[in-house]
Design a protein around this ligand. Structure first.
Ligand code: ATP
Ligand code: MG
Length: 564
């Protein structure tokens, strides 16, 4: 391809909301173009790389025995009603109505349509196991679309679904996908960690996420260096310390005017945040819940939401807090609530003695509060985030460390949740009916592209690993009007094209500096510069991932390019 003909959608002005390197570079290099919040076009340079990522995924899925098909993205409501997810998805689902008043959605994930397809075609255990997949656009009306294609509202996912006769079969299908995922992310050159994940809304018995390590990752990962435990923060457990000893003191109401934060309260009472218990009110599907944890901890909303099988959950509105506590916001506590609501406490709180809580009265707190004596918890459950330094939940010895990551893939053991709901059954060799045992496996194809850039870039641009580079080589003649230089450059270009190499020639009448800048921004792995020594058959080569240049013969350069 000639750069003079290339449709380069490079962008000079980068919007302020492009906060992270991959988003900025994808816009600058013209890989994507924004249509609306979280909705992007892939431009030619982006689409070429996108197709390469897709090809690696497809090859490994096929190798693992999965069969590709394609389903519609426009799906009738009934497809999701049988499983209850038509309601469950809430506002994240894009919904529409056809001219006849029939409800549809744009598929956010396809467990139900795949389950129905298999249900309608498979009768016997002899036809199992089977794993099906597609690579297709998905639609989710994300609360906060951001970071370009990392969290988009229309994005491409490879989603696969396995169907087995039993759990043992599922374990084998799951392992095949696990291995395929490792092969995919290894081939794409990503540095990633596999972590235990929350199986939340999907139900099921186990799940793991493939996390690309990155400071800009939205997910926090907890890991233990002692035993290798690694889990997404949404799921990570931690070992609570021993219960506090000592006598229960008499409860006391204290006047705490003008203190609004835990820090101010600590200063006022001259103690640490670990002497407090926070009470945070949530509205979970219209029901109010008080969640309690130690003052220096944070509530994990995924864990809390799972406890209530939540569809929609948010902090209770100020007016609701005032109604329930009878006090201004900041003084909620478990004693003296004006309305009976569920109280959920983290197990750590049950081990605490004589703690401080809000008094459900503006400007007052209670001191020396004790669970069991002063109030009862409706539930004791792990509802807090692990922190760096906490004791590992698995080995009980190591201390947890924290890192950030971008989730590029997710594999789940679903069990029979969907097959039970949708009647996806098979007959065993005695003619007895059983529900199929399912797994599901997703990769964010467009997100992978951004994740690769996060790990492969510098100040000048993208540094594509050769396997996904849109073009592998760029030939840069330094002067477009010099016959000798152009002759050598065109010859190299022709040789490489004939050899099947994806090569660009920058035949524009531009200064070398401009051409080098664009080649660097686009991240082409090898640059062959044809300049003043062209007449002697000498050219300069430079790899994008190195700052070194070398002068070599044309033949050597062509050989190096073919190797790439
Ligand atoms: P997240 O926690 O990031 O929202 P998820 O758990 O909702 O992800 P899954 O439902 O497991 O994601 O989807 C499978 C894969 O699809 C994810 O691992 C991720 O790579 C990708 N993905 C999910 N949501 C988006 C999105 N909004 N934009 C781009 N890719 C996404
Ligand atoms: Mg999500």
């Amino acid at each position: 391809m000639r750069v003079s003909n290339l449709f380069m959608a490079t962008q000079r002005e980068i919007p302020a909301d492009a906060e992270i390197p991959s988003h900025r570079l994808m816009l600058r290099a013209g890989l994507i173009r924004k249509m609306a919040s979280g909705v992007y076009s892939f431009m030619p340079m982006g689409y070429r790389t996108y197709k390469k990522v897709e090809a690696v995924i497809r090859e490994e899925m096929d190798k693992a025995g999965a069969q590709e098909l394609i389903m519609p993205a426009l799906l009738p409501a009934e497809a999701y009603q049988g499983s209850g997810r038509w309601e469950k998805f809430g506002p994240e689902m894009f919904r529409l109505t056809d001219r006849g008043g029939r409800s549809f959605c744009l598929g956010p994930t396809h467990e139900e349509p795949f389950t129905e397809a298999v249900r309608d075609s498979i009768r016997s255990y002899k036809q199992l196991p089977v794993t099906l997949y597609q690579i297709q656009h998905k639609y989710r009306d994300e609360k906060r679309p951001r970071f370009g294609v990392i969290r988009a509202r229309e994005f491409v996912m490879k989603d696969a679904y396995s169907f087995d006769v039993d759990e043992a079969g599922l374990d084998i299908s799951y392992k095949k996908m696990y291995d395929a995922y490792r092969a995919i992310f290894d081939r794409l050159g990503l540095d990633y960690t596999i972590v235990d994940a929350d199986s939340g809304a999907m139900g099921g018995s186990g799940s793991q996420e493939f996390m690309v390590k990155s400071e800009v990752g939205e997910d926090a990962i907890c890991f233990c260096d002692e035993c290798g435990y690694a889990a997404n923060e949404e799921k990570a457990g931690w070992t609570r310390g021993a219960a506090q000893e000592g006598e229960e003191l008499a409860i006391e109401k204290i006047h705490t005017p003008d203190v609004k934060t835990i820090e101010e309260l600590c200063g006022y009472l001259n103690c640490g945040p670990d002497a407090f218990v926070k009470t945070i009110l949530y509205n979970i599907d219209g029901k109010f819940v008080a969640a309690m944890c130690r003052g220096d901890r944070d509530i994990n909303e995924t864990k809390l939401g799972n406890l209530y099988d939540a569809t929609e959950m948010e902090l209770a509105a100020f007016a609701d807090v005032e109604m329930i506590t009878g006090a201004k916001v900041g003084f909620a506590g478990p004693v003296g609530l004006k309305q009976k609501i569920d109280i959920v406490v983290d197990p750590e709180v049950t081990g605490m003695k004589n703690f401080v809580v809000g008094a459900c009265e503006t400007d007052y707190h209670f001191k020396n509060v004790n669970i069991g004596r002063d109030f009862e918890a409706d539930q004791v459950a792990d509802i807090t985030n692990a922190k760096a330094g906490d004791i590992c939940p698995k080995c009980g010895k190591g201390k947890l460390g924290m890192a950030r990551g971008v989730e590029v893939g997710h594999i789940f053991k679903l069990g029979t949740k969907y097959s039970d709901a949708l009647g996806c059954i098979y007959l065993d060799n005695n003619g007895k009916e059983h529900s199929m045992v399912m797994g599901c496996y997703g990769i964010g194809v467009s997100r992978v592209l951004a994740a690769i850039i996060e790990q492969y870039h510098d100040d000048d641009g993208i540094i594509w690993p050769s396997i996904v580079a849109p073009y592998k080589v760029i030939v840069v003649p330094t002067k477009a009007n010099d016959e000798e230089i152009m002759g050598v450059a065109e010859k190299i270009y022709a040789d490489l094209t004939a050899a099947g190499c994806e090569v660009l020639i920058d035949d524009r009448n531009e200064r070398p500096g401009v051409k080098f800048k664009d080649a660097d921004l686009l991240g082409i792995p090898l640059r062959i510069t044809v300049g003043r020594r062209a007449g002697e058959g000498i050219v300069e080569v430079k790899r994008r991932d190195s700052s070194e240049t070398a002068e070599i013969t044309v033949d050597e350069a062509v050989k190096a390019a073919k190797e790439i």
